[in-house]
Design a protein around this ligand. Structure first.
Ligand SMILES: [Zn+2]
Length: 642
C-alpha cells in the first residue's frame, strides 16, 4: 500500500513531462481531488488456455506459478467464458466488449470496423500511452487482423518479409520474445499511464515448448506450452515488480479460448462451442490490491473485460457494449451469473452450418442442424444431449438468440465476412458434428503447409477427400499444393472441382486458371479466369494472366481489354504494358504499339530487350525497315548485356 501511494502523485507530473494533450492535463487537474490517478493497465491474453489446465483452477498435472501468484494478489473468476473459440474473433470481443455478430470479425482477415472503438482508443482519450505485443502473425494488423492496431501508439507487427522457414519469428513469437519486446518498450517510454496488451500464443498448437518444458512435459506437451507461457508471464510480472509498477497497476489475464484436446472428437478449437474451448481463466489484479486472493463463481464473459478496464481506469465507456463492467463482483457486491452467448461462424468457411449457444442457469443450448441441450450441473462434460424442441429452456434460448440477432449490426467493413444467416443456414448446411474429423485433418494439413511439409499436408487432404470427395476446402488446398509442386494437370483437376462445388470462390478459380494456363489449356484457363473475375473484378494478376491467355488464343481485342483493365489497377506495371503492346501488334494496331513501346523504352528500356524486339516487329510491319533494324540492334545489345 505504501508503495502504491508513493507512486501515484508522480503520474500527473509525468503527464506534463510527457506533453500529453493539454486537454487531458486540464481534465486531470479538474478531476484530481475526486478521481484517483489513472493506473497502468496491463491486459495479458494467453492463447488457447483452458481454465481447467491452470494450477490455481485445480489442475494437478501442470505448473503455472505466475498465474497462481496473480490470482493470490487478485480476484479469480472461476466461470468465465469466451463468445468465440477462434483467436481473432475472440480477441476482437476482448478489445471491444462486443459479441462477434456485433463487431463483425467472424473470421481471420475480416477488418475490425472503425465504428467499434477498442480499449486502446478509449484509454488514449484518457491520456494513456498504448502499445500491443502480439505472439502470432494471425493478429498482425497489416495482414490477418486489420483494424486491431487502432488506438495503439505502437503495435508490434511481424516483419513483412521473412527469409526463415522456421515458424519462430515468421508465424509465431515465443512468449519470452513477446514479453522482452514489451519490457523494452516500457523501459523506453517511462511516462505513463500505460495501457499494454501482451499476447502469449505459446499454448496454441503445434505444441513445441522449448527446453526444459519439452522434456518435463514430453507426454503432455500442451501443458508444457502452458508452463512455458506462464514462465514468460512470470518474467513480465517480475519486470513490473522491479520497475515499481506492479502494485499500483491493474492487471488482467484472460484466455482467448480453450482447446478441444480430443473432447467431442475436436483436436484443437474453432468449430464447437463446448466448455472445452469456451471456458477460460480470468484473473483481475486491482490497482489498489483489494480483494486479493478471492475467487468469484458467478458466470461472467470475456466481453466484460473491456467495460471493466475502462471503468476501473476512469475512461469513457463505449457507446455500445455487449458486456458490462465486473466492478460489482470485484467490490464483492454481486454474485449473480450473467448469460453467456457463443457464436461460431468459422464452420461456414468449410461449407458447414454456423453454431450459436446460450449458457445460462446451469444449462447450455446449442443451435445447430441437430440442436443440443446439456444439463451442466449433472453433465459438465456435455455428453448427454437432452434436446427437445418443446423444452422451455430451448424456447427461451431461441428467443434470446433471435433478440440478439436483431440487435447485432456489424459495421460496414465486415460486409465481406461469411454471412451468418443462422436460421437459413442451419437447416441447409451439414452439421459440424458430422464434419469434425475432416476439420481435424484440414487443420493438420494447414499446419503441415505452414511448416513446409507438403507430403504430410497432401496425405491429410487426401484423407479428407476419402470422407467427403466434395470438400471444397480440401480440393482447393490440394490443388494449390500440386500447383506449387508443378503437377499442373492434377492441380487443374482439383481446382476445377473446387470451383464447380463453390462457384463463388474467386481465389480457387484464379488458381484453376493458373494451373490450366500452365497445363497448356488456354480455353479452360480463359473460362476459369473469367469466372474468377466475374466474382472479384479488381484482381490484377487475374487480368494480366487472362490477357496473355487471350493472346495465346489469338483473340487480340479481348487481350487488349484485359491488359487495359490491368493497367487501370496498376498503371505503371511493365508486364501489363508489354502485354498491351503485344495485343496491339496482334490486332495490327502498330501505331499504338509503337507509341506505347517508345514511352516504355524511355522508362524501362535500359534492361528490357523485349521492348525493342516488339518495337522492331511493329516498325517492320509498317515497312519502316531502318527503324526496325535500329530497334533490333538495340535489343541484341541488351541481350548481350544480359
Ligand atoms: Zn487463440
Amino acid at each position: 500500500m505504501l508503495l502504491c501511494y508513493a507512486d501515484e502523485p508522480v503520474k500527473p507530473l509525468l503527464l506534463v513531462v510527457g506533453l500529453v494533450l493539454s486537454r487531458v492535463l486540464s481534465a486531470a487537474g479538474s478531476t484530481l481531488p475526486s478521481k484517483p490517478p489513472a493506473p497502468d493497465v496491463f491486459l495479458i491474453t494467453i492463447d488457447t488456455l483452458r481454465a481447467d489446465h491452470v494450477h490455481c483452477y485445480g489442475y494437478a498435472n501442470g505448473s503455472t506459478p505466475a498465474l497462481d501468484a496473480l490470482a493470490k494478489d487478485g480476484v479469480r473468476f472461476t466461470s468465465a467464458f469466451t463468445p468465440s473459440p477462434i483467436t481473432n474473433t475472440s480477441h476482437a470481443s476482448i478489445l471491444t466488449g462486443l459479441l462477434p455478430g456485433s463487431h463483425g470479425v467472424t473470421d481471420f482477415a475480416v477488418p475490425l470496423a472503425s465504428a467499434h472503438p477498442t480499449i486502446a482508443e478509449l484509454l488514449k482519450t484518457r491520456g494513456y500511452r498504448t502499445a500491443a505485443f502480439i505472439g502470432a502473425v494471425i493478429l498482425d494488423s497489416k495482414s490477418l487482423a486489420p483494424g486491431f492496431d487502432r488506438g495503439f501508439d505502437f503495435y508490434d507487427n511481424f516483419p513483412e518479409h521473412s527469409s526463415t522457414k522456421s515458424r519462430w519469428r515468421r508465424l509465431e513469437r515465443r512468449g519470452m520474445d513477446v514479453v522482452s519486446h514489451a519490457e523494452n518498450w516500457l523501459a523506453k517510454h517511462p511516462a505513463g499511464p500505460h495501457f499494454l496488451w501482451v499476447h502469449l500464443y505459446d499454448p496454441h498448437d503445434p505444441y513445441e515448448p522449448p527446453a526444459p518444458y519439452a522434456r518435463i512435459y514430453k507426454d503432455h506437451l500442451y501443458d508444457g506450452e502452458i508452463a512455458y507461457a506462464d514462465s514468460a508471464l512470470g518474467h513480465f510480472v517480475g519486470y513490473l515488480k522491479t520497475s515499481g509498477k506492479y502494485q499500483s497497476s491493474l492487471i488482467v489475464v484472460v484466455g482467448d479460448h480453450g482447446e478441444g484436446l480430443g473432447e467431442h472428437r475436436e483436436d484443437t478449437h474453432g468449430i464447437y462451442l463446448y466448455d472445452s474451448t469456451t471456458h477460460v481463466p480470468l484473473i483481475v489484479k486491482l490497482a489498489d490490491g483489494k480483494r486479493a486472493g478471492t475467487s468469484i463463481a458467478a458466470q461472467v464473459r470475456t466481453v466484460d473485460v473491456a467495460p471493466t478496464l475502462l471503468d476501473l481506469a476512469g475512461a469513457a465507456a463505449p457507446a455500445k457494449s455487449d458486456g458490462e463492467s465486473l466492478r460489482v463482483y470485484l467490490s464483492g457486491k454481486a454474485d449473480v451469473s450473467r448469460p453467456v452467448f457463443g457464436e461460431s461462424d468459422y464452420p461456414l468457411r468449410f461449407g458447414w452450418a454456423p453454431l450459436r449457444s446460450v449458457r445460462k442457469d446451469g444449462f447450455k443450448f446449442i443451435e445447430a442442424p441437430r440442436p443440443e441441450l446439456y444439463d451442466l450441473n449433472r453433465d459438465a462434460a456435455e455428453l448427454n444431449n437432452q434436446y427437445e424442441a418443446s423444452d422451455t429452456r430451448v424456447e427461451n434460448s431461441r428467443a434470446m438468440l433471435a433478440e440478439l440477432r436483431a440487435r447485432e449490426t456489424p459495421g460496414d467493413a465486415s460486409k465481406d465476412a461469411p454471412q451468418s444467416d443462422t436460421a437459413a443456414s442451419v437447416t441447409s448446411l451439414p452439421d459440424p458434428k458430422d464434419k469434425i474429423e475432416e476439420q481435424n485433418l484440414l487443420h493438420a494439413a494447414m499446419v503441415a503447409s505452414e511448416d513446409d511439409r507438403p507430403a504430410d499436408a497432401r496425405k491429410a487432404l487426401e484423407k479428407v477427400l476419402e470422407f467427403d470427395p466434395k470438400s471444397p476446402t480440401a480440393l482447393r488446398q490440394l490443388g494449390e499444393l500440386e500447383l506449387q509442386a508443378g503437377d499442373y494437370a492434377l492441380a487443374a483437376q482439383h481446382l476445377k472441382n473446387a470451383v464447380d462445388i463453390r462457384p463463388d470462390d474467386a481465389a480457387a478459380a484464379l488458381h484453376a486458371g493458373e494451373a490450366l494456363a500452365k497445363a497448356h489449356d488456354p480455353a479452360g484457363a480463359r473460362d476459369a479466369l473469367e469466372t474468377s473475375l466475374k466474382r472479384v473484378p479488381g484482381q490484377f494478376q487475374a487480368r494480366l494472366l487472362l490477357g496473355n491467355v487471350y493472346l495465346e488464343l489469338n483473340d487480340a481485342r479481348a487481350a487488349e481489354d484485359q491488359f487495359e483493365a490491368a493497367l487501370l489497377l496498376q498503371s505503371e506495371n511493365v508486364e501489363a504494358q508489354i502485354g498491351l503492346a503485344k495485343a496491339h501488334i496482334s490486332a495490327k494496331n502498330f501505331e499504338d504499339a509503337i507509341q506505347l513501346l517508345i514511352a516504355l523504352s524511355k522508362t524501362h528500356g535500359k534492361n528490357n530487350a523485349e521492348i525493342f524486339h516488339l518495337l522492331a516487329k511493329a516498325y517492320s510491319a509498317l515497312g519502316k525497315e531502318s527503324e526496325a533494324q535500329r530497334a533490333e540492334a538495340k535489343a541484341k545489345l541488351l541481350v548481350g548485356k544480359e
